[in-house]
Design a protein around this ligand. Structure first.
Ligand SMILES: Nc1nc2c(ncn2[C@@H]2O[C@H](COP(=O)(O)OP(=O)(O)OP(=O)(O)O)[C@@H](O)[C@H]2O)c(=O)[nH]1
Ligand SMILES: [Mg+2]
Length: 217
């Protein structure tokens, strides 16, 4: 099989990776995992937001995957993550995020346990054309008690009906009102960064609430 380190930013015609060195003042390293269904845009998001050239374990999808790799509704997709993506983003002088993108295909879900080890929080990336592909991720995070947010990566689908709004998506995923739910475009750095900042703020909120519960009489 043809294995390669891909360059998602180059795919979308954006700037090359600046390759920023880690700041000397960085002291909080936060591990974040990006999960979601097959082809929801996880590798794309890691690539758009990372300040270093991301590690991507992409394999070409070949005829051997027909019937297994459900790429029917993803005509432009010709590769899939077989292990994980890795990127880094500096949020401020002190906080650095290490971002791991999980593989989306069911046959690689056994790798998620390893990826979740030491993880502070997660982003579930949702493709509205295949909402049901997100159920497993949401269930898994809820049962594991890991804080997460949901980001809706909207694909333009010519001829498709009206797009569900965020309230409809919340209902379809049976998401608690507490879980932040936002729109994004995984191809755009600023949008992907907003997703990560939303997660970090939510993690801070969860930590504060837990501390308040502990000190409550
Ligand atoms: N139109 C459109 N295409 C997108 C968007 N995000 C990603 N893509 C494309 O959709 C395809 C799937 O993206 P990936 O990033 O490989 O998806 P993934 O979730 O990592 O997929 P797996 O690792 O195989 O589960 C790629 O061809 C992307 O270029 C989007 O917001 N809009
Ligand atoms: Mg991927």
């Amino acid at each position: 099989m043809d294995s390669r380190i891909s360059d998602p930013q180059a795919r979308h015609g954006e700037a090359a990776f600046p390759g920023l060195p880690l700041r000397d003042t960085a002291r909080d390293a936060l591990k974040i995992v990006l999960v979601g269904g097959f082809g929801a845009g996880k590798t794309t998001m890691v690539g758009s937001v990372s300040e270093i050239r991301p590690l991507s374990t992409e394999e070409l999808m070949t005829r051997a995957g027909v019937g297994i790799d459900d790429a029917g509704r993803l005509p432009d997709k010709n590769s899939t993550t077989v292990a994980f993506d890795f990127g880094r983003i500096t949020l401020n002088a002190y906080q650095v995020l290490y971002l791991f993108g999980a593989p989306g295909q069911q046959r690689f879900w056994f790798l998620w346990d390893r990826l979740f080890s030491g993880t502070l929080g997660a982003v579930v990336l949702v493709d509205t054309r295949r909402l049901e592909d997100s159920w497993f991720a949401v269930d898994r995070l809820e049962h594991g008690g890991m804080p997460f947010i949901v980001a809706v990566n909207r694909f333009e689908a010519p001829g498709a009906g009206p797009e569900p709004d965020l309230a409809q998506i919340r209902e379809a995923l049976c998401l608690s009102e507490r879980v932040p739910l936002i729109d994004c475009d995984a191809r755009r750095r600023e949008s992907s960064k907003t997703v990560l900042i939303t997660l970090v703020k939510y993690l801070a909120h969860c930590k504060k609430s837990a501390a308040a519960r502990e000190t409550a009489p």
